[in-house]
Design a protein around this ligand. Sequence first.
Ligand code: IPE
Ligand code: IPE
Ligand code: MG
Length: 235
Amino acid sequence: MNLHEGEKRPLPSHVAIIMDGNGRWAKKRGLPRIMGHHAGVGAVERTVRAARDAGIKTLSLYAFSSENWKRPEREVFGLMGLFRLIIRSKVDQLLREGARIRFAGKIDGLPSDVQEIIRNAEERTAGQTGLQLVICLNYGGRQEILDAVDKVVESGETTPLDEKTFRKYLYLPDVPDPDLIIRTSGEMRLSNFWLWEGAYSEFYFTEKLWPDFGPEDLETALNVYQGRERRYGSV
Ligand code: IPE
Ligand code: IPE
Ligand code: MG
């Protein structure tokens, strides 16, 4: 779609966020890294609310990558504890707000009680039609593609495959591709996020560290997005 001067595109329907900079936020304050992750939860709450108020249909948040296991055991342990606590305690609120929560990643690679909490949260919110919140946990884009290949082989699907058929084997096939990917903390890389799905995503980078991210930053990102022209290889 070509844009004329002053014209704005519609809002993105799927916004994806690489929530980065928790460790640096803590370091600046002389605190242990895990305190940065705790502070990051506040930013998650603000952003979920702001996305819903803005009318965003799907918000996906990169919470733990398949490479984050390389971190010190103490930090990984602290993060798993945080996921347990937050997911369990937020389900009632999501139910009240009509939101649905889903998870993308290698769920069977997580501690078994975390898997149980995830299943419970997904099942309880499954019928809801408000904001769709996708948490990418133990997620890696390359792993997702490999997992899909395994499922394709098992399915006996006839080859050559087309993209539409392959997509059915991704973690969340019915979730539309992210229109906008936001990354905080000044880093400008994908770090294995939505590799297949992000093929034509728009990017927005901000220097803000994740715990400092708020509704006004989301609004700026949405405005920037609405001024972009997406061409998908066309003219
Ligand atoms: C992002 O913040 C959160 C996770 C990866 C879990 P970081 O922990 O990567 O923070 P920095 O990049 O070290 O500042
Ligand atoms: C990406 O951040 C993963 C998440 C935000 C969960 P990282 O901090 O792990 O990425 P790198 O190591 O800087 O690429
Ligand atoms: Mg980081």
